[in-house]
Design a protein around this ligand. Structure first.
Ligand SMILES: *Cc1c(COP(=O)(O)O)cnc(C)c1O
Length: 351
């Protein structure tokens, strides 16, 4: 006899598994990782690692938190480190929400937010972004939610939110405000220097994108010491393993790699945007390492057609506000040329 889904925790019963494509040897322009490939300093650390894996790692990843404090001119106690920023999102909801609490999530934004809110027993209050994909400050604040979350630059639209809107939200709500800066290195602006000014601000960062270490799963949050301390009490001790922590510390020392990664994206964003426009796509402004574009043909036919030709991009076309849109990572010139060539072929085939 099959066990029914009714046996699952009620808050999780409607869940479906996350994006998990058959990759094979396809070119991945669907995950927004760094097209320069694995972080060299992290790889060197891993290759030379002689640590004692019989020991536990440091409980709260103090080594990494000290390295981050140096980088940002803050203190260890401003940081929580974890296994990907996804763990930090989970910690934030576990720390600051009760069963039944409301959480404001903008639409469109990162698909995993709904999962973290629901998993922790909360209600998702979806608030639409404005026509040009900016925050609707009044609508977000008037929802009077315990917590709200926004990625800036936003995924999947690519634009940053206006700084003054984020500041206004922080001032007008007593709820926790999470600004997810997964693509912050590309945008060049950040709320991190402001964490000590606000009671209720949590900034999230990751080593998965510009730092080119998605496989090692390292992320962190930045907030005032009070908030940090509460979150560290809730976090699963030792959740960041010692190999990943050491690799992240090594990666922080090589800021030149980050600069090269960001420069590459800035150089190739314009040409890729123009190439897509020439093919008939409507593109949206990006401050990140990806571009959202509305397809001139059916989104699913286009994405599947590209997949058959060995290029993966992400399909957002059946979601509200991104109707018929796809999202592609900004590659090197070679990768972008490949994408545009294959895209042109697909368009001819499906038209
Ligand atoms: C990729 C991404 C993350 C990264 O999550 P990790 O768990 O650190 O890999 C977080 N937020 C957004 C919006 C992202 O696009």
């Amino acid at each position: 006899m099959r066990m029914s889904r009714e046996r699952m925790r009620s808050t999780a019963r409607h869940f479906r598994k996350y994006y998990n494509p058959e990759v094979g040897d396809a070119v991945r322009m669907d995950t927004n990782t760094n097209v320069l490939g694995s972080n060299p300093a992290a790889m060197e650390f891993v290759a030379k690692f002689k640590g004692d894996v019989n020991d536990y790692p440091n409980t709260y990843s103090d080594g990494l938190r000290d390295a981050l404090a140096d980088l940002y001119n803050l203190e260890r106690d401003n940081f929580v480190a974890g296994s990907g920023s996804d763990e930090l999102l989970d910690i934030a909801f576990k720390t600051f929400t009760e069963w039944g609490d409301n959480a404001v999530v903008p639409v469109p934004s990162y698909t995993l937010y709904d999962y973290f809110v629901s998993m922790n027993g909360g209600n998702v209050l979806s608030v639409d972004l404005t026509e040009d994909f900016q925050l609707d400050v009044d609508a977000m604040v008037s929802a009077e939610a315990k917590i709200m979350i926004m990625p800036s630059p936003n995924n999947p639209t690519g634009n940053s939110f206006k700084r003054k809107d984020i500041e206004e939200i922080l001032e007008r709500t007593s709820g926790i405000v999470i600004v997810d800066e997964a693509y912050g290195e590309y945008a060049g602006t950040s709320m991190i220097p402001r964490v000590n000014e606000f009671d209720n601000l949590i900034v999230m960062r990751t080593f998965s994108k510009a730092y080119a270490m998605a496989g090692l799963r390292v992320g962190y949050s930045v907030s005032n010491k009070n908030v940090t301390d509460m979150m560290n009490c809730v976090k699963i001790p030792y959740s960041l393993n010692m190999l990943s922590e050491g690799a992240a510390i090594a990666a922080l020392k090589d800021q030149d790699f980050i600069k090269r990664s960001v420069d590459l994206v800035n150089k190739n964003r314009g040409p890729l945007t123009n190439g897509l426009k020439k093919l008939g796509f409507e593109t949206f402004p990006s401050d990140a390492n990806f571009i959202l574009a509305r397809s001139p043909v059916d989104h699913a036919s286009f994405t599947n057609g590209l997949k058959d030709k060995g290029v993966l991009i992400r399909d957002f076309g059946s979601k509200r506000r991104t109707e018929n849109c796809v999202r592609t990572t900004i590659g090197s010139k070679e990768l972008n040329d490949l994408l545009l060539k294959k895209a042109e072929e697909v368009l001819k085939e499906v038209q």
